[in-house]
Design a protein around this ligand. Structure first.
Ligand code: CP
Ligand code: NVA
Length: 307
């Protein structure tokens, strides 16, 4: 049995196999064919933070696969009133076939997984958002920009940055990260990524100059400057991230056919300009749609691992 907590624990072949499976299920769906491989199975979804895409994609995906999804907000279950994670894990995993969790500390999901009898999927923690990267890479394949990709990530060193680092390090593409001073990625995550990069041939560069990072990049991406849980820092961050908005001038420095990706929700006028988001709306909303297809691939893949 496998959990899906970070891309660290997956090989390049496994990551591509999951995305391929998602693409196949997507193609079948578009042709009107449903894959009902998870019939009679139940996915428990524990949310300790807000969500639009993650909730809708997992719930819809599980339904389309013939199964059922349970939305469990921490306001409603006893976890939010102090029932231990390890007890919650043992109860839920005796009844459900898979568990998706969106929470704060990554250690919570690790503890849950350690006590779970069924696969646990990370639906975002403060440290990683790996399901988003499955959808992002699927979108890069579909738009023909996965080969020889040079990705520039501009903005906060957060869960998305850590996840891009792991994807690049495992798959072997070039990733340049530009963050303001004081908002760099965690050194332990960077160290892990650089270790994996030795094997995959990935080129990973971290810097504080966004213009240098985007120069010639084939993909430019960013994320909110204040993640969930950092709402109080928002005003301060807006000041400190000056010069880091992905706008027309910044995109001009990238490759002339460069694509823009954003995991959403986007804050126009902060990490991205209205003009850039709207002119790349086709790929950005395909990226959002691909959450559904990529995660269906993931759920089927994890279920098959259990035999
Ligand atoms: N990108 C993403 O995970 O969106 P939600 O927060 O809406 O789930
Ligand atoms: N970094 C953002 C991602 C949202 C999908 C957050 O954690 O809020």
């Amino acid at each position: 049995m496998r959990h899906f907590l970070t891309l660290k624990d997956f090989t390049k072949e496994e990551i591509l196999e999951i995305i391929d499976l998602g693409l196949k299920i997507k193609k079948d769906l578009k042709a009107g064919k449903y894959n009902a491989e998870l019939e009679h199975k139940t996915l428990a979804m524990i949310f300790e933070k807000s969500s639009t895409r993650t909730r809708v994609s997992f719930e819809t995906g599980m339904f389309q696969l013939g199964g059922h999804a349970l939305f469990l907000s921490n306001r409603d279950i006893h976890l939010g009133r102090g029932e231990p994670v390890k007890d919650t894990a043992r109860v839920i995993s005796r009844m459900c076939d898979m568990v998706m969790i969106r929470t704060f500390e990554h250690s919570m999901i690790e503890e849950f997984a350690a006590y779970s009898k069924v696969p646990v999927v990370n639906g975002l923690t403060d440290s990683y958002h790996p399901v988003q990267l499955l959808a992002d890479y699927m979108t890069m394949i579909e738009y023909g920009v996965a080969e020889n990709a040079v990705v520039a990530y501009i903005g906060d060193g957060n869960n998305m940055t850590n996840s891009w680092l792991m994807l690049a390090a495992k798959l072997g593409f070039e990733l340049r990260i530009a963050t303001p001073k004081g908002y760099e990625v965690e050194s332990t995550v960077l160290r892990d990524a650089l270790d994996f990069a030795k094997e995959s041939g990935a080129v990973i560069k971290v810097m504080n100059d966004p213009k240098e990072a985007v120069k010639g990049a084939t993909i430019v991406t960013t994320d909110t400057w204040a993640s969930m849980g950092q709402e109080d820092e928002k005003e301060q961050r807006i000041k400190e991230f000056e010069g880091f908005m992905v706008d027309g001038l910044m995109m001009c420095l990238a490759d002339k056919d460069a694509k823009f990706l954003h995991c959403l929700p986007a804050y126009r006028g902060q990490e991205v300009s209205e003009e850039i988001l709207e002119s790349h709306a086709d790929i950005v909303f395909s990226e959002a749609e691909n959450r559904l297809h990529a995660q269906k691939g993931l759920m089927v893949w994890l279920d098959r691992q259990r035999g």
